[in-house]
Design a binder for this molecule. Structure first.
Ligand SMILES: [Zn+2]
Length: 116
């Protein structure tokens, strides 16, 4: 195959790839290569977001079952009656409730418009 110019996958300018890359080089320079890497990582993180979330919660439950932290360290804002939840339902639901409240608070905090 002839060694020829190709368009950059980021800025779409034509460039001459490095001869040693042999058809693998997709970007014209370091700035575009960095942007391509950033986009690929963002796409991968978006694709695997559900898996990461499930793994995080499963690990948290596993840790709580192995060694329950003292009630004073389990406090989140707003303060949950975590002792009551643990005694009535067990440690697993307590961890799940704590996680869900944290997610809702993050979502609310990030999506509430700030006053000017
Ligand atoms: Zn480029």
């Amino acid at each position: 195959m002839a060694y020829r110019k190709r368009p950059c996958s980021i800025c779409h300018k034509w460039f001459l790839p490095d001869a040693r890359q042999q058809g693998r080089q997709r970007t014209c320079g370091p700035a575009c290569r960095k942007e391509l890497h950033r986009r690929q990582c963002a796409a991968l993180n978006k694709k695997n977001k559900a898996d990461y979330t499930n793994n995080y919660l499963a690990k948290k439950i596993e840790m709580a079952l192995a060694q329950p932290p003292p009630p004073s360290e389990q406090r989140t804002k707003p303060t949950l009656p975590i002792d009551v939840i643990v005694t009535e339902c067990g440690i697993k639901p307590a961890v799940i409730v704590q996680y869900l409240v944290g997610r809702i608070m993050d979502h609310t905090r990030n999506n509430t418009p700030r006053p000017p």
